[in-house]
Design a protein around this ligand. Structure first.
Ligand code: GTP
Ligand code: MG
Length: 215
């Protein structure tokens, strides 16, 4: 039985993209429809068993609201790994994720493992269902307090002007190829996930664990 190898991992990204939900899925295999925004940061741990070692992630789940931005360096300092999360249905969240990546590349440890994570892929599986239903669901979601800082949901704005069919197909706001190309260029790991269904979550943490240099 090997001793777990402790690894500090930080989650970064704008508000309401699902950072806490991704962690909750990984740590407890649960999902909460109305997860409250994180204040400051939350600390959780979870082990990840590889063939070669057991990695014990010490996870800092940071708050995405802009007023907490200045706290982030405390959490990414000395981190060996980070997951930068955006919401695939919200293009401004992708732009903000990219600026988090830049900040990490400038300020964090030079050998930090960075994973870019496009969350909420489950929202796309509604494309197969009735167009009107999908469009309605989305505008309802637009009313919620998900974006309680300066964000606006661009996808919803577009929907109100387009046809119902166009509305559903525009649910994906960040093309997978575009995000993957950006990740490849910067040497980042890349995953699309759903904290709601669990898709991609174990893979995300396992692939990060495999990249941690064990001395
Ligand atoms: P901050 O703590 O404010 O930075 O937000 P966060 O990034 O931690 O987001 P959080 O996990 O609190 O999730 C925000 C909202 O999105 C919640 O209502 C979640 O239930 C929902 N959510 C999170 N992940 C998913 C997902 O994969 N799919 C869907 N459909 N909803 C999700
Ligand atoms: Mg949170």
């Amino acid at each position: 039985q090997q001793r777990p190898y402790q690894t500090k991992l930080v989650l970064l990204g704008p508000a309401a993209v699902g950072k806490s939900s991704v962690v909750l899925r990984f740590v407890s295999n649960e999902f909460q429809e109305n997860k409250e925004p994180t204040i400051g940061a939350a600390f959780l741990t979870q082990k990840c068993r590889l063939d070669s070692a057991v990695i014990k992630f010490e996870i800092w789940d940071t708050a995405g609201q802009e007023r907490f931005h200045s706290l982030a360096p405390m959490y990414y300092r000395n981190a060996q790994a980070s997951a930068v999360v955006y919401d695939i249905t919200n293009s401004s969240s992708f732009e903000k994720a990219k600026s988090w990546v830049k900040e990490l590349q400038r300020q964090a440890s030079p050998n930090i493992v960075i994973a870019l994570v496009g969350n909420k892929v489950d929202l796309l599986s509604e494309e197969g269902s009735s167009a009107t239903e999908g469009a309605q669901k989305q505008s309802e979601e637009g009313e919620e307090d998900e974006d309680d800082d300066d964000d606006e949901n661009e996808t919803v704005t577009g929907n109100n002007t387009g046809s119902a069919a166009a509305a559903v197909s525009s649910k994906r706001a960040v093309p997978k190829e575009e995000a993957k190309a950006y990740a490849d260029e910067g040497g980042l790991l890349f995953f699309e996930t759903s904290a709601k269904t669990g898709e991609g979550i174990v893979e995300l943490f396992t692939e990060i664990a495999k990249k941690i240099p064990i001395d």
